[in-house]
Structure formats: structure tokens, C-alpha cells
Design a protein around this ligand. Structure first.
Ligand code: GTP
Ligand code: MG
Length: 202
């Protein structure tokens, strides 16, 4: 089974994206497998609504370990199961909390083993006059890594908060070698394009 890792800074919208994407693909109930930092595996069943309430938060560092779901996705002929992996947010520098540092190490470890990487960037926070600087070091390094990795795409999230399209255009201009999909994880916008991108790689 191919896997798809969702990465990005804390609060970028990774968890909400995955849960709403599962809903978009027709799933009302999901099973989430958490791989704790001590390697213990925990499996829990949720309705997607319940999972959104419990696992997504406006407070950053909500996800503190790899959490995967297996869902079916339509491909050219039929459907295929894919593992979508949520991860804890990455930050510039070193976090003071050892638990969060370990969680970030676990995210970085998963990068190498992933077939598809969806890098979520909150574009409502970008300063479109200076995209590179406002994007920060960690997102910049992930984008550089993505340039040499097959199956890497950027999801420019929270487009529902934008008054104008300028941040999307600037991001596309700055990183023209990359595949960038503007989305709203909240309103499920851009999900058709994400589905096509992922299913083309299965
Ligand atoms: N307006 C808006 N809010 C969003 C969108 N996507 C996520 N959010 C909000 O952003 C906050 C963070 O979302 P999460 O999905 O928990 O973020 P995360 O990237 O998983 O964060 P960590 O687990 O802390 O790394 C929540 O309050 C979401 O409701 C979006 O497209 N639009
Ligand atoms: Mg999360």
C-alpha cells in the first residue's frame, strides 16, 4: 500500500485537511492508528465529526505523533487503498519541550519513507511582498527537499481567509517548479485537484 505523508508547521491545518478529505471521499467513520513516541501503537475509531472536534485545534502542537488512516480513493480504473499519515508540526529551531522535539524527529523520519508528500502551508499568514522571508526556514527547507522528491506537492491552505488571490500568485511565482494546489481544509475547497494529484500516483 502506498502512503501519503501530510507535513507542515503547527496549526497549518494538517489534521483538519485529512479528516475533511476523508469526508470528501465519502467516509463518515474512520480508524486512526497512532504511533506513539515509545513505538506503542494505539488504534481508535471515530466518526469524522468527532475526530475533528477532538484531534484538530486552534492551539498549535495538537498532534504529537504520527497518526494514520487507511482510505479508498478512486483511481483510473476502480479504487485503491492509501495510507494517509498526519504528523506533528515542524518548527524553525529547537523546541524546549522534549516531547515535541521527539514528535518532530518522528515526522522527519517519516519523510524518507513516504511515497507522496503533501506539504501544507497556511497562506493566510504569508506576507506576499516577501514570500521567502515570511514562509520561514522550515517550510523553505521542506520545499527544497520537495524539489528532489517524487510525489511532492504544496497545499496552500486557508484560502477562505484571503481577501485577494495575491498570496497564491506570489507563492506560485516564487516556487514555479513545484505543484501548488490552493485549498481550504475547512471548506473542502481544492479537494478535487488534491484527489487527482494523489490518485495519479497510486
Ligand atoms: N479558516 C480556516 N481555518 C482552518 C483551515 N484549516 C485549518 N484551519 C484551522 O486552523 C487550526 C489548526 O488546524 P489543525 O488541522 O488542527 O492544524 P495542524 O496542522 O494539524 O496543527 P498541529 O497538530 O498543531 O500541528 C484549527 O483551528 C482549524 O480549524 C482553513 O482552511 N480555513
Ligand atoms: Mg494536527
Amino acid at each position: 500500500m502506498r502512503n501519503c505523508l501530510v507535513i507542515g508547521k503547527p496549526n497549518a491545518g494538517k489534521t483538519l485537511f485529512i479528516l475533511n478529505f476523508a469526508e470528501y471521499l465519502g467516509f463518515k467513520n474512520i480508524e486512526i492508528k497512532s504511533i506513539k513516541n515509545d513505538e506503542k501503537v494505539e488504534v481508535k475509531k471515530y466518526s469524522t465529526e468527532e475526530a475533528k472536534r477532538i484531534l484538530s485545534s486552534s492551539v498549535p502542537y495538537k498532534t504529537t505523533c504520527l497518526q494514520s488512516i487507511e482510505i479508498e480513493i478512486p483511481i483510473l480504473k476502480g479504487r485503491k487503498i492509501i495510507k494517509i499519515i498526519d504528523s506533528s508540526g515542524l518548527i524553525d529551531g529547537i523546541h524546549k519541550d522534549v516531547k515535541i522535539r521527539r514528535a518532530m524527529g518522528q515526522t522527519l523520519g517519516a519523510l524518507r519513507e513516504s511515497d507522496i508528500i503533501l506539504h501544507i502551508i497556511d497562506i493566510s499568514k504569508l506576507n506576499y511582498n516577501n514570500v521567502i522571508e515570511s514562509i520561514g526556514e522550515v517550510d523553505y527547507q521542506l520545499i527544497k527537499y520537495g524539489a528532489i522528491k517524487e510525489g511532492y506537492a504544496i497545499l496552500g491552505n486557508k484560502i477562505d481567509l484571503l481577501e485577494r488571490k495575491t498570496p497564491i500568485i506570489q507563492l506560485q511565482k516564487e516556487f514555479s517548479d513545484h505543484y501548488i494546489i490552493p485549498i481550504s481544509a475547512l471548506l473542502k475547497r481544492g479537494f478535487g485537484e488534491v484527489k487527482s494529484y494523489v490518485s495519479r500516483r497510486l
